[in-house]
Design a protein around this ligand. Structure first.
Ligand SMILES: NC(=O)c1ccc[n+]([C@@H]2O[C@H](COP(=O)([O-])OP(=O)(O)OC[C@H]3O[C@@H](n4cnc5c(N)ncnc54)[C@H](OP(=O)(O)O)[C@@H]3O)[C@@H](O)[C@H]2O)c1
Length: 290
């Protein structure tokens, strides 16, 4: 089965848990591309700063892949890790020097010439928006990054950074799922719709909990019942719930199994009606809307 394009993105955060060889990761990527999923989400820090090198090894086994895909990476978090002996404490660094060095390192690890999208991973209380703007302009001018966005930014933080940029922020990656509904009410998804910023939903299955523990909770029961009515699994219903939102949410799948990716692609064809959407929201919140 192949589709024109998909709103789903494959997240590579858990690559260290997948137990896949580089050739197997390349086959997973190939399978995603065949399903219309052409965007892959990484970050400098994932898997103790090893994720990009592992994904890069996969790309090197199949050089034709790069031209068919879009690559997202992130920067701005500094972890205490064996690979970074100079870090004494976990911190954020959105200095020009760190952003540029991190992006250049991402390119080297991945073995590619350009990132399609670079995100500032988390809001940094010491962020100087003018300095971030200079870093973005330098990276874009050098052809190293095509577009920029943020992650986990509240609307006022998006506004601050955007006010100093000469190019639009194109994405805000945020936690959104039936287990984490804040973005529906804190202005994040309203702003995404208003400014046409792509909202990317991380942990859309709550890190797997919505698939593994449908269990006895009210939410689990509603997901299971709607799934029966729609001939779908609870996790397909959970993804369809995100896709119905008018801000055009792009869910980031965290699985390393192509069969599960394929099942999630089918969620794009599920039609939840408005009342089913609110029934799920009510179950998620534990109360009806006011
Ligand atoms: N910007 C940020 O701050 C931020 C933070 C966290 C994550 N992210 C991004 O978001 C991506 C997705 O996050 P996530 O991994 O938490 O997403 P998720 O899709 O909610 O969770 C993925 C987990 O669920 C399991 N799972 C999926 N379908 C399942 C099923 N049918 N039955 C049982 N288990 C199932 C997967 O295991 P299997 O592999 O065994 O299928 C995996 O362990 C990450 O890869 C990363 O790119 C961004």
């Amino acid at each position: 089965m192949s589709r024109e394009s998909s709103r789903l993105i494959l997240g590579i955060w858990r690559i260290g848990d997948w137990g896949l060889s580089p050739a197997e990761v390349a086959r997973l990527v190939e399978g995603c591309l065949d399903l219309g999923i052409d965007t892959f989400d990484l970050a400098d820090i994932y898997h103790g700063y090893q994720c990009e090198a592992m994904f890069g090894s996969a790309l090197r086994t199949s050089p034709g892949l790069r031209s068919r895909m879009k690559l997202i990476s992130k920067c701005g978090i500094a972890l205490v890790a064996p690979d970074r002996p100079m870090h004494r404490v976990k911190h954020y660094d959105t200095s020009r020097k760190h952003i540029v060095a991190s992006a250049e390192n991402s390119l080297a690890q991945l073995g590619v010439e350009q990132l399609d999208l670079l995100l500032i991973h988390r809001p940094d209380p010491l962020m100087e928006a003018d300095e971030v703007a200079r870093a973005f302009a330098d990276l874009k001018g050098a052809g190293k990054v095509a577009a920029f966005g943020v992650s986990n930014f509240q609307p006022h933080q998006v506004n601050l950074l955007q006010s100093r940029l000469d190019q639009p922020l194109v994405a805000n990656q945020m936690e959104v799922s039936l287990l984490h509904t804040d973005a529906l009410f804190d202005g994040s998804l309203d702003q995404a719709q208003q400014l046409r910023i792509m909202p990317q939903a991380w942990s859309p299955l709550g890190g797997g909990r919505l698939a593994r523990e449908p269990g006895d909770s009210t939410l689990g029961r509603v997901l299971a019942r709607l799934g029966q009515e729609l001939d779908a699994t609870p996790e397909q219903v959970a993804i369809a719930w995100l896709l119905l939102h008018p801000a055009q949410i792009h869910p980031l799948l965290g699985t390393g199994r192509l069969a599960r990716v394929r099942a999630m692609v089918k969620a794009q064809d599920l039609v939840l009606d408005r009342q089913a959407w609110f029934e799920l929201l009510e179950a998620a919140l534990g109360r009806e809307v006011p």
